[in-house]
Ligand binder design. Structure first.
Ligand SMILES: Nc1nc2c(c(=O)[nH]1)N[C@H]1C(S)=C(S)[C@@H](COP(=O)(O)O)O[C@H]1N2
Ligand SMILES: [Mo]
Length: 236
């Protein structure tokens, strides 16, 4: 490992800390004390994190024995209200800056090579849990749609009205998957069925569940929590 790599990692850790501080600080006084000045600092943190993010740095992986059971549920509403999406009629729209807009079925997504990962989901609210997810890489789906890989953002819209977005480098990361399975079985209703983003290099709120649409765009898409002051980049 080169000296430069170590230095960059140290910087990354430090600046991620700045970003998280901005996020958690905002959390405490959402929405009343969120100010244009703080938003400006948070967007500056996004730029610094994006500059220092190493696209090939892998998130830690765990063993089967380390899986947290039962896994913890979270959303902006209680578990009983999680959407009940019909897997047969569900389609994933892929649009925006793509040459082949698509409406993919679960069958289509199951044709792609699946990646399995045991990783930790870290929620900004102060808990984490290790889970096992599997599904195609987001990069493969973007490639199939002829996405403009030089575009800035990938946006996710969900069946429960939630939305979020990530930078293109993180979208193309090898551990960023469109999870169809959890613990070797199709995702259960509250945990994102039929498909969720699993991106271990980002905080929990970036891991959109019940996705219905993926859009490639250069227009900053924000997100449900991001628009309320959580630091947008939210890298780990
Ligand atoms: N559609 C949707 N996705 C979502 C959320 C949500 O409210 N709606 N909450 C996010 C947050 S804050 C977290 S921590 C994780 C929780 O995922 P889990 O229920 O698998 O633990 O989902 C994320 N994805
Ligand atoms: Mo979260």
């Amino acid at each position: 490992m080169s000296h430069q790599t170590i230095t960059r990692r140290g910087l990354l850790a430090g600046l991620t800390g700045v970003g998280l501080t901005a996020g958690i600080g905002s959390l405490a006084f959402v929405p009343t004390l969120r100010t244009p000045a703080l938003d400006h600092v948070s967007r500056f943190n996004d730029t610094m994190q994006d500059t220092l993010f190493s696209a090939d740095r892998l998130a830690p992986t765990y063993t089967d024995a380390e899986i947290t059971q039962p896994f913890r549920y979270n959303a902006f509403y209680p578990e009983a209200y999680a959407p009940d999406v019909d897997p047969d009629t569900w389609r994933l729209r892929v649009d925006g800056r793509v040459t082949r807009p698509a409406a993919l079925s679960l069958h289509d997504l199951r044709q792609l090579q699946a990646e399995t990962q045991i990783t930790r989901l870290i929620c900004i609210e102060g808990w984490s849990a290790v889970g096992k997810w599997a599904g195609p890489r987001l990069s493969d789906v973007l490639q199939a749609a002829g996405a403009d890989m030089s575009a800035k953002y990938v946006r996710f819209d969900c069946a429960d009205g939630y939305h979020s977005s990530i930078d293109m480098a993180s979208a193309l990361h090898a551990q960023t998957i469109l999870a169809l399975d959890f613990l070797d079985r199709p995702l259960s209703r509250a945990f994102g069925a039929p498909m969720r983003l699993r991106i271990p290099v980002k905080l929990g709120f970036k891991n959109a569940k019940f996705i219905t649409r993926i859009s490639v765009t250069n227009a900053f898409p924000g997100g449900y929590w991001e628009d309320q002051g959580y630091n947008w980049f939210a890298g780990l």
